[in-house]
Write a protein that binds this ligand. Structure first.
Ligand code: ZN
Ligand code: ZN
Length: 633
């Protein structure tokens, strides 16, 4: 049997070669070489074995060549794999497949498609394996017409009844958004409730933001497996539908389907975005039962969940018990500590990470610079910032510059911050300018604030926040006319203020409150509690500041508008529905206003509760009349 037909019975790649008809010597040489190749851990080892093969004149053995190409691409050396391929006489379909796969893994989709076309031109007959490989390239590379061509070849070759080819075609058309073709292919499948095919379809819809279509397909699946449930949860999370994602997860629990690692990570991500700490904890406690190991992937998700739900101590505990820690694990804990106002610990972690020989990434620097900023550690912040380029050869990005601007702004070195922006070799973005504008307001530097706000308006980058900040800055110094003008301009520019929305988790359920619209079944009780608190606060000499509200509404209305900022409603609901001393955790979509901030500090003191509020920018841990942010946020 010649090697071509030997290969034909091989099936695909990984099956050991059928060596019956080989000469004993060459067969054992091949066996030895392949086993040596499989032990390689680095491309250098592959290359030295390759050199020996060439010396021994075995460089045309197709089995060895196959392993060489496959392993070179696994070790990220696609160029080397290509070089080997180029020196191959009459490469067969398996060698083509190995290199096409390599190109796909390396993200060189065009090269993969080109190679496939070369194979067709060289009259090498495609099989189902090479077709699925090239379809992957067409999908990721969004090469629609090329994919269609492959499809027509599939039909001519009679491969269209093959299930995995069909699945790849569905994936390809789905990625390109050609749902008519997707449905046609699915309808042609023999199994009407093929769970894999249905899951592929769901994923396609989700990728195009067609969540409802995905849900329809999901509901059609009779026997849903873990992958199918997970795809639905993941799809909802990706499209920002966190509550629904958690509902699906609860349903999955009721159906007794065992979650896997990916499910757990998706659910934890939904929990962290919603601030659903109780559910997150519950998932954590059941991980052992599901046999899910605390690896980088899961550990990072747990640390994020706990830190973003404001339970930084538990995040730190997870970090401590993790056996394997990599850069991502450190990034998670440093960011968590930093956003929870534990700057010193964040910086210690950063040092520990470097001490362990791990190389900090861009993300690490954002996290640690944020810690410096939150802690007001100017000198250290600059030192770390300069070390990026100096010690690690990492060019700072706009986020890193932003941290420094934040750092200076926070301690009131506003002019210096402005000079720093002007000295940057990249143009500032609106986030950076917005942060400095906010600092100007806090430190009462209206002059610079105006200048910055105007820059933002001029470059058309003003969002509602800029207008509101500028308007508020005017209002706080009594410039009512200018403040009103800003509001008018904002309306003219057609910018609507995003409605404030806060959520709180009570007894495993998320309750949402929107500014000025209470639809909660317990609204009477909530209002009563709010009134009671207002009275208590008044007795303590607290009166709401009215600067944050439009100046042209009546004073009484102002107070009313302030009184129902959504975080207050959420806190009141928390107070009436939990036992005394239970900490409250609220997540708000906007920045907490000055007045609510003052009020929550007092509420925390009066009620002797810990109140954690996560707003758009950071965490506020309110306790005993003070906040962890030190009144800068
Ligand atoms: Zn407020
Ligand atoms: Zn605060």
């Amino acid at each position: 049997m010649g090697y071509c037909s030997t290969l034909a019975v091989l099936g695909h790649s990984m099956v050991p070669p059928n060596l019956n008809s080989e000469s004993k010597a060459s067969s054992s040489y091949r066996k030895e070489t392949i086993s040596l190749l499989k032990q390689c851990r680095h491309i250098n080892q592959i290359q030295s074995i390759h050199a020996k093969i060439v010396r021994n004149a075995h460089e045309q053995d197709p089995f060895i060549l196959f392993e060489l190409i496959r392993l070179s691409s696994i070790f990220n050396s696609i160029d080397y794999a290509y070089k080997i391929f180029q020196h191959t006489h009459n490469p067969n379909v398996y060698l083509y497949t190995a290199l096409i796969d390599g190109f796909v893994s390396a993200g060189s989709y065009i090269d993969a498609i080109r190679l496939y076309n070369k194979m067709i031109n060289d009259i090498v007959l495609p099989d189902k394996y090479v077709v699925t490989s090239v379809l992957k390239a067409c999908r990721f590379g969004l090469a629609f017409s090329e994919g269609r061509q492959v499809h027509s070849q599939v039909l001519k070759l009679g491969l269209s009844s093959n299930r995995s080819v069909r699945l790849k075609l569905i994936e390809f058309y789905g990625k390109c958004g050609e749902f008519k073709d997707v449905i046609k292919l699915f309808d042609g499948m023999p199994e009407r409730d093929d769970v894999v095919a249905l899951t592929v379809m769901m994923t396609c819809y989700v990728e195009h933001g067609l969540v409802e279509k995905a849900v329809d397909v999901f509901n059609r699946v009779k026997v849903k497996d873990t992958v199918c449930w997970t795809a639905m949860i993941d799809g909802l999370v990706r499209n920002g539908e966190m509550s629904r994602a958690l509902d699906v997860f609860r349903e999955m629990q009721r159906e007794n389907v065992r979650p896997n690692e990916v499910t757990v990570v998706c659910v934890l991500s939904a929990c962290s975005q919603l601030g659903a700490l109780e559910l997150g904890r519950w998932v954590h406690s059941y991980m052992g039962k599901y046999g899910i190991k605390l690896n980088h992937f899961v550990g990072g998700a747990l640390i994020n969940m706990y830190s973003r739900c404001g339970d930084i101590d538990e995040a730190a505990r997870v970090f401590q018990v993790m056996k394997e820690k990599n850069v991502i694990t450190y990034n998670s804990i440093i960011a968590g500590l930093s956003m929870n106002g534990r700057s010193i610990e964040a910086i210690e972690m950063f040092r520990e990470m470097i001490g362990r020989g791990l190389r900090p990434s861009n993300v690490t620097f954002v996290a640690v610079l944020n810690a410096c900023s939150h802690g007001g550690l100017v000198d250290l912040g600059f030192e770390i910032f300069h070390s990026m380029r100096g010690d690690y050869g990492i060019e700072p990005l706009i986020e890193h510059y932003g941290c420094i601007v934040d750092l200076l702004g926070r301690v009131g070195r506003l002019e210096e911050a402005y000079d720093f922006i002007k000295s940057m070799n990249i143009p500032p973005d609106h986030i950076m300018l917005g942060a400095l504008l906010s600092a100007c307001k806090i430190h009462g530097n209206l002059q610079l604030g105006e200048q910055i706000a105007k820059t933002l308006l001029d470059c058309g980058n003003a969002d509602s926040g800029t207008y509101i900040l500028l308007s508020n800055a005017y209002a706080s110094t009594g410039k009512w006319k200018e403040a009103a003008q800003m509001r008018v301009k904002m309306k003219e520019a057609g910018i609507q203020k995003e409605p404030g929305c806060s959520s709180i988790e009570v007894n495993n359920e998320i309750h949402e409150f929107i500014l000025g619209a209470i639809r909660h079944p317990q609204r009477e009780k909530i209002y009563k509690k709010l009134e009671e608190l207002n009275q208590m606060l008044k007795l303590k000499g607290y009166s709401p500041s009215t600067e944050v509200v439009l100046h042209d509404i009546e004073d009484r209305e102002k107070e009313w508008a302030l009184a129902i900022h959504s975080e207050r409603l959420a806190i009141c609901y928390g107070l009436i529905s939990t036992k005394p001393y239970t900490p409250l955790r609220v997540v708000k979509n906007l920045r907490v206003c000055n007045d609510c901030h003052t009020m929550i500090k007092l509420i925390a003191k009066i009620t002797e509760r810990k109140i954690v509020v996560r707003d758009r920018n950071r965490f506020h841990h309110f306790e005993n009349g003070a906040c962890s942010c030190g009144d800068y946020w």
